[in-house]
Each structure stands twice: as structure tokens, then as C-alpha cells.
Design a protein around this ligand. Structure first.
Ligand code: GDP
Length: 446
């Protein structure tokens, strides 16, 4: 789970403060010290952290707060606002239009995860109805074309490259032309990386950019460098018109928070984060929902996005429609357990739900949850269609509950527990009622 440690520490600090009988200056300071420590551990720049703490103290003037005001909510909101400020580049990301041919050029240092990310980016859009294609213009690293070819084949995405041509500009131009003729609307050009920032790399980048005229240049960087990301992002920005950034390896590095805030300081919007080596370990990055999730406040827009990732495309419009109408039935719960079991990783989905902080669904507990879901599904197999399709749990009378327990070979209290889980989820999903949902055939958020 992304930044689970940081999120856990911050929500724990807020929770501890909430547990205090009276919130006075001492309690507030303890809470802010805890948050400060967590952010510094994540390599967020000292000045940013210090300013954040000062600003919160200024906003939350405990003595001035009129009696009856909810101090906890005010403090949580102030932490939320300040974290958003740290991560906000002050500039929206450039939006591409589906159906109109766009060229996206990827740049970055060798090993940053550029080639892997190109495929993840293509796959993400393919799942949302785009027609992507991959061009390998990395002639520097031996094996780069084979790697791209392998990834692209796995994801069933068309690709272009050459084993013999050594001019990256020629390959890029030929690839883009080929895919424009094939009506691809997202032509992704993977360029060469280098071990370090050097003149030759930047010159090649400029040439490929001039020849292919990309609509968007995406800079890919590894989160493990923490706040050093500032200098790296600046150097790339000065050589080529970087329109967006993707920060990779957010799964394994404690310094992720530092990297994200440092990129924001260069005024470049981060659009995705990489959270693992696999194709679907890739998340849309949006400051407000991200911070909301970090503080254990849930992320409904992230949930919609996750649904687009884990639910088969033909079932998405119907499910989103039902949820936006507030119809969360046991059958929907059953089908979603099925999808989650199939598509894993549960933690990612659960961390999007309001009320599920990183601590409640820690990494490594997925197996336990999976066993529970399977148990619940066995019980639901013993229910009637009417029961599964109802939004009123009262139709499950005591005798029906006993019958379901007998039919599924489980205990009555286990059936009751499953129904409690249903009610809890139904309450959470009821917040999606009225949520704006993407139109059919336009499931892209970017
Ligand atoms: P490139 O040289 O920039 O093209 O980098 P690659 O795409 O070859 O990636 C370098 C290594 O990083 C590979 O082993 C990838 O599997 C790995 N990698 C890429 N993105 C992520 C990520 O988000 N998380 C983790 N854990 N590994 C990643």
C-alpha cells in the first residue's frame, strides 16, 4: 500500500489526539510533533514541514476557538489543507483527448522504471477504452526493445521497434507514423535513459522531441531519491518541456513523501504513481484524494478509479450506475468479492474506502481477508435471489438466518457477522449516491 507507514503514523497521531479528553496546547503539540517526525522520516524537506506546523498552530488557536466548535475536526482539516499545499504543484496536468491522436514521450534516467511505466500507462488507458501503442526509441540500453516487446505482448498492446536501426529519432518518427495510420489515439514513445544526467542524453531527448512533436512529455523518476527529486526534475524540465511526472517505486521506499513534495516544488504535476512491478500496480495521483486517504478519510474518486481497474469493463457502467443510485445489494457485494479475489490486491481497494485507514487493512493481511470473503460467499450461495437482490436486510428473518447457516455449514453468528459487514459496506457505498460517474464509453479520468 502506498506510503502505508506515513499514512499510519499521521492517522495514529490524529487518533491519539481524538482520544484525549481535552485538547489543549500540549495535546496539539504532541500531535504535530508526531506528524512532523513522520514527514521528516519520509524525507519531506525540513522547511516545508516546519512551515506546515507553524501554519497549523496559527490556524488552530485553541483559546480563540469558540466553545462548541469541533476542535478535532478543525485540526484534522488544517492538517489536510497543509499537506495538500505541500503536494500541490499549483498547475493542473495537461489533459489528452480520447479519439484524437496524441503522442506522449517518456523521459527519465536508466533504471527509473521508464519502460515498465510506459506499458502500465498504455494498459491503464487501454482499460478505459483508448487505443494505445508503444514505440521503443531506446537504442542505448541493450535489451530495451525486447523488454518493451515482452511487456506489450503481455498486455496485448501494439508495439514498434528495431533491432538493427541505431538512430532513435528515425525509429520514433517511423513508429509514430505507423500508429497514426492505424488510428491509435495514444502513441507512447519510450526514449533512452542514462545512468546519470548527461549532455548526450538531453541532446537525444531534444532531437526525438523535435521530430515527433509530442503532445505531452512525461518524466519518470524513482521515488527512492527523496527530496533530491527537486534537482533531477528541474534538470529535465530545463531540457525538454516536461508536462507531467510519474513517480515510481512508491511501494518500497520510505522517501516517497519527499519525492512527491519535491516534484510539486518544481511546479510539475504528478499524474500517476507506480506501486509495484506488475502492470496494474499503478495509481492515478490526485493531491486531494491522496491526502484524504493518507489521513484515513477515504477516497471515493480513487474508489471509482479502482473499480475501473478491477471490474471487467462491460460490468463497470452498470455497477457504477447502481452505486450512484444507492443500490448496494448482497449480490453486488458477492460480485465485488469475486472480482477482488480474482484481481487482488485487496489492500489497494480497501484503502480507498472512507474509514479504512492504512492501519485497519495492513499489508500482509490480504490472505486473512480473502479467506473471510470466501466464507461469506459460501453463505450467500445459500440465499434466495430475492434476498440477494434486496437492499433491505430485514427480509432476512431469524429462521432464514438459521437456514442459511445450516445450508452453508457455518454458524449462525458467522451469518450475522456477514450481514453486519454488508450493512457497514452499504453505509459506506451510500456515500456514493449521487456521485458523478463517467459516461458509458468514456471511462477515462485522464
Ligand atoms: P528503465 O531503465 O527506466 O526503463 O527501467 P525499467 O522499466 O527497466 O525498470 C527498472 C526496474 O524497476 C525493473 O526491475 C522494474 O520492474 C522496476 N520497477 C519499475 N516500476 C516499479 C514500481 O513502481 N515498483 C517497484 N517495486 N519496481 C518497479
Amino acid at each position: 500500500m502506498v506510503l502505508a507507514q506515513l499514512g499510519g503514523s499521521i492517522s495514529r497521531a490524529l487518533q491519539q489526539m481524538s482520544n484525549a479528553t481535552i485538547i489543549d496546547e500540549k495535546v496539539l503539540n504532541e500531535c504535530l510533533n508526531e506528524i512532523t517526525r513522520a514527514l521528516l522520516q519520509a524525507d519531506v524537506q525540513f522547511k516545508l514541514v516546519r512551515d506546515m506546523s507553524t501554519n497549523i498552530k496559527k490556524i488552530v488557536n485553541l483559546e480563540d476557538l469558540a466553545a462548541g466548535h469541533n476542535k478535532r475536526r478543525i485540526i484534522q482539516q488544517a492538517v489536510y489543507n497543509e499537506l495538500c499545499k505541500i503536494l500541490d504543484p499549483g498547475k493542473p496536468a495537461y489533459t489528452l483527448k480520447k479519439g484524437k491522436p496524441s503522442v506522449v514521450m517518456f523521459v527519465g534516467l536508466q533504471g527509473a522504471g521508464k519502460t515498465t511505466t510506459c506499458t502500465k500507462y498504455a494498459y491503464h488507458h487501454q482499460k478505459r477504452g483508448w487505443k494505445p501503442a508503444l514505440v521503443c526509441a531506446d537504442t542505448f540500453r541493450a535489451g530495451a526493445f525486447d523488454q518493451l516487446k515482452q511487456n506489450a505482448t503481455k498486455a496485448k498492446i501494439p508495439f514498434y521497434g528495431s533491432y538493427t536501426e541505431s538512430d532513435p529519432v528515425k525509429i520514433a518518427v517511423d513508429g509514430v507514423e505507423t500508429f497514426k495510420k492505424e488510428n491509435c489515439d495514444l502513441i507512447i514513445v519510450d526514449t533512452s535513459g542514462r545512468h546519470k544526467q548527461e549532455a548526450a542524453l538531453f541532446e537525444e531527448m531534444r532531437q526525438v522531441s523535435e521530430a515527433t512533436k509530442p503532445d505531452l512529455v512525461i518524466f519518470v523518476m524513482d521515488s527512492s531519491i527523496g527530496q533530491a527529486a527537486f534537482d533531477q526534475a528541474q534538470a529535465f524540465r530545463q531540457s525538454v518541456a516536461v508536462g507531467a511526472v510519474i513517480v515510481t517505486k512508491m511501494d518500497g521506499h520510505a522517501k516517497g513523501g519527499g519525492a512527491l513534495s519535491a516534484v510539486a516544488a518544481t511546479k510539475s504535476p504528478v499524474i500517476f504513481i507506480g506501486t509495484g512491478e506488475h502492470m496494474d500496480e499503478f495509481e492515478v495521483f490526485d493531491v486531494k484524494p491522496f491526502v484524504s486517504r493518507l489521513l484515513g478519510m477515504g477516497d471515493l474518486s480513487g474508489l471509482v478509479n479502482k473499480i475501473q481497474d478491477v471490474v471487467p469493463m462491460d460490468q463497470q457502467p452498470e455497477l457504477l450506475q447502481k452505486l450512484s443510485e444507492g443500490h448496494f445489494t448482497l449480490r453486488i457485494m458477492y460480485e465485488q468479492f469475486q472480482n477482488m479475489l480474482k484481481m487482488g490486491p485487496l489492500g489497494q481497494v480497501f484503502s480507498m474506502l472512507p474509514g479504512f485507514s492504512a492501519e485497519m487493512m495492513p499489508q500482509g493481511r490480504e490472505k486473512e481477508s480473502q479467506a473471510k470473503f470466501k466464507r461469506y460467499m459460501t453463505m450467500m450461495d445459500s440465499m434466495t435471489d430475492e434476498e440477494l437482490d434486496s437492499t433491505n436486510p430485514k427480509i432476512l428473518t431469524e429462521s432464514r438466518i438459521m437456514r442459511i447457516a445450516r445450508g452453508s455449514g457455518r454458524l449462525v453468528h458467522e451469518v450475522m457477522e456477514m450481514l453486519e459487514e454488508y450493512k457497514r459496506l452499504a453505509k459506506i457505498f451510500s456515500k456514493m449516491k449521487g456521485l458523478k460517474i463517467p459516461k458509458k464509453g468514456d471511462m477515462s479520468s485522464l
